[in-house]
Design a protein around this ligand. Structure first.
Ligand SMILES: [Zn+2]
Length: 319
């Protein structure tokens, strides 16, 4: 099968053998514009199809995770702002081109699926997964089942208003969690204020010697805490897992976020707030599980194999 994580910054794809081992992998920058982004996705899938064909393997299915409002039943993108996609029938387009079943879901839900499948007590748990990367979103499992909403628009956690009279957001509102907390906006806000950095990780790393970095970082954490407070009040998760690139900040993110969350909900104990053990790979592992009809044990074994291979980049790489 082929697993693809279509992000606002890059498109990552894997060609997987039947046992879940990586046959080939690729990463390309996501081009600007909806048509260009779709063409890049098709090119990446075609490259992975070729890799599997070289081993004599047919492609059993394609699993794609993408940001935005997505109907997984139809493999249909209603709106993906970061990709420039609106009313795009990805399932039909790629299905016809590659002659294989195509499964598509929102990136946060795909990441939550990976976390859920790998959780030891995932059968029952109420899990909130909050990926923080180019954007910020959330997905939720209640009692072991995904909460899907009416139209695929669930989980727009990044557009909860965290700051009254705050800075404008790409969504048309202002003061959203994403404006302050996404990795892209942490970097952008730091640069706009005169800082020099090439990534959000640079801002995190310099926060103890650079007042501007500390301010931008703390504002990001504060907005996140407001959003997490609302999430806990509404959904009462047993565990919150932070994923995406910013989760790699580890305790620099988690420790102040836990304090901020506790301040938001003084009337109750906060659930555990942890970073994903999959690092930035949750969404890709989740994409590999889309359309996988194996039982729980089979899916968990394959997901664990893939997670291990992704954590050791040299292993499983195509020759
Ligand atoms: Zn917004």
């Amino acid at each position: 099968m082929i697993a693809v994580d279509v992000g606002g910054t890059s498109i990552k794809a894997l060609a997987l053998c039947g046992d879940g081992r990586i046959r080939a992998r690729t990463v390309v920058a996501t081009p600007r514009g909806g048509d260009a982004a779709l063409a890049a996705l098709c090119a990446v899938v075609a490259a992975m199809v070729d890799e599997l064909a070289r081993t004599g393997s047919a492609v059993s299915r394609v699993g794609i995770a993408a940001p935005g409002l997505i109907d997984p039943d139809r493999a249909f993108v209603a709106y993906a702002a970061n990709l420039g996609w609106r009313d795009l029938d990805v399932g039909t387009r790629l299905g016809e081109q590659f002659g294989t079943p195509v499964f598509l879901d929102n990136d946060a839900r795909a990441g939550a699926l990976a976390e859920h499948v790998l959780a030891a007590d995932g059968v029952r748990e109420s899990l909130a997964f909050v990926p923080i990367g180019t954007g910020v979103s959330a997905a939720y499992y209640s009692g072991g089942a995904p909460v899907r909403g009416a139209s695929g628009a669930i989980g727009e956690f990044g557009h909860l208003r965290a700051v009254p009279d705050g800075e404008p957001c790409a969504c048309g509102a202002a003061g959203c969690v994403e404006v302050y907390t996404s990795a892209a906006n942490i970097l952008a806000r730091y640069r706009r204020a005169g800082g020099e950095a090439s990534s959000a990780a640079d801002v995190v790393a310099s926060r103890e010697r650079d007042e501007l970095a500390a301010r931008v970082w703390n504002e990001g954490i504060s907005a996140l805490a407001v959003g997490l407070g609302a999430l806990v009040a509404l959904l009462d998760p047993s565990r919150i897992v932070i994923g995406g690139g910013l989760s790699l900040a580890g305790e620099a993110l988690l420790e102040p976020a836990r304090r901020g969350l506790a301040d938001e909900i003084p009337w109750r104990t906060a659930p555990p707030l942890v970073a994903s053990t999959l690092g930035a790979h949750s969404v890709l592992v989740g994409a590999s599980l889309l359309g996988d009809e194996a039982g729980t044990a089979g899916r968990r074994a394959r997901a664990a194999t893939l997670a291990r291979d992704l954590a050791a980049p040299a292993a499983g790489r195509a020759p």
